[in-house]
Design a protein around this ligand. Structure first.
Ligand SMILES: Nc1ncnc2c1ncn2[C@@H]1O[C@H](COP(=O)(O)OP(=O)(O)OP(=O)(O)O)[C@@H](O)[C@H]1O
Ligand SMILES: [Mg+2]
Length: 329
């Protein structure tokens, strides 16, 4: 399978009053054409900033300080963030479904206008063709009476419907890559599951690749082929879904797995939250940033710098000195 996007050694930082926040620190990952991957980690670990960097949507005080973002063989870093090349890639080739639909939908434009605007701009459609397509798209994401709902404003849609509209918008130009940044966290569990099913079905139909960003490992289990686990601005483990769920190697991944119920749970297994808090990305130690919370740490972890990602099996990588004795579940 051909590689669609390859991010190499990406670093994105924010210069704040609190100091330099290393939100994304030497992150490398890839996604193949038509693949679904998951990016998982606790709040504040750099998931959104990574994806916003790919879209070149980082604004001051943030800055991409190094790295390559190779999309369809082209390094996007050579383009101006707001230049014509990036503007035509954003939306048309790489589309993002944002964490907060209310902040990314324009409250004073109807849903229909927001859809037709994109279609007219990127696909050069005329007004009536764009209107027809907008209705088709709303119908496709499961909004009843799509024709009449086109005239509604975002506040007239429920939270779940707004997310559906966002999905329709993201897919409107048949992008090669869809990035769904925690699109379902504010919704109830049934709606969450329905939306993920819908997204999976649609990206298959549109032959797009999909990045699912979430803090919940359970969410990606059914959908992603491969998973990247992030902690403190870095990838700490990556592998196939099977690698991550059956033989996790990083203590942080194990902690995340202990927080989610599993279908093969033995009776009475207690779900445990990971103790302690995520670190302040402005004051990271040279050693492993998970050390203060790690139950498997050895002396080496306290004195040596955080190791690089190392292969433990074909396609399975971890950034850890120890080889902990497996899950506690
Ligand atoms: N505009 C900004 N200015 C300063 N710091 C920022 C800015 N945007 C993000 N950060 C910092 O970058 C780090 C990573 O943030 P990011 O939004 O990527 O986290 P996340 O993993 O997406 O979390 P969540 O699950 O809560 O969405 C955080 O420490 C955050 O405070
Ligand atoms: Mg986020």
């Amino acid at each position: 399978m051909a590689i669609l996007l390859e991010v190499r050694n990406l670093r994105t930082q924010f210069l704040t009053d609190d100091g330099l926040i290393k939100a994304v620190d030497d992150v490398s990952y890839h996604i193949d054409e038509k693949e679904i991957i998951g990016v998982v980690g606790e709040s504040g670990c750099g998931k959104s900033v990574t994806q916003l960097s790919v879209m070149r949507l980082i604004t001051p005080p943030g800055k991409i300080t190094s790295g390559q973002i190779i999309f369809e063989g082209d390094d996007l870093m050579k383009y101006e963030a707001n230049g014509p090349e990036m503007r035509s890639i954003r939306g048309a080739k790489i589309a993002m479904i944002f964490q907060e639909p209310m902040t990314s939908l324009n409250p004073v434009l109807t849903i229909g206008r927001q859809l037709t605007e994109t279609l007219e701009l990127h696909l050069k459609m005329g007004k009536s063709a764009a209107n027809r397509r907008a209705a088709e798209l709303l119908d496709m994401v499961g909004i009843p009476c799509a024709d009449t709902r086109l005239g509604d404003y975002p506040h007239q849609f429920s939270g779940g419907m707004r997310q559906r509209a966002m999905i329709a918008m993201a897919l409107s130009c048949n992008p090669r890559l869809v990035i769904a940044d925690e699109p379902t966290t504010a919704l109830d569990v049934t709606t969450q599951a329905q939306l993920l099913e819908l997204m999976k079905a649609l990206v298959e139909e549109f032959h797009s690749a999909l990045v699912i960003v979430t803090h919940n490992l359970g969410v990606v289990a059914r959908y992603a082929q491969r998973i990247y686990i992030m902690y403190a601005g870095r990838i700490v483990e990556s592998g196939t879904c099977k690698d991550i769920f059956r033989s996790p190697r990083h203590p942080y991944t194990m902690g995340l797995l202990n927080c989610v119920p599993r279908i093969d749970d033995r009776e009475g297994r207690e779900l445990e939250a990971i103790k302690g808090l995520p670190p302040n990305l402005g004051r990271l130690p040279g050693q492993c940033a998970f050390l203060p919370r790690c139950e498997h740490a050895v002396d080496r972890c306290r004195v040596e710098p955080w190791p690089e990602l190392q292969a433990v099996a074909d396609g399975h990588h971890t950034r850890c000195f120890v080889n902990p004795p497996g899950m506690t579940g």
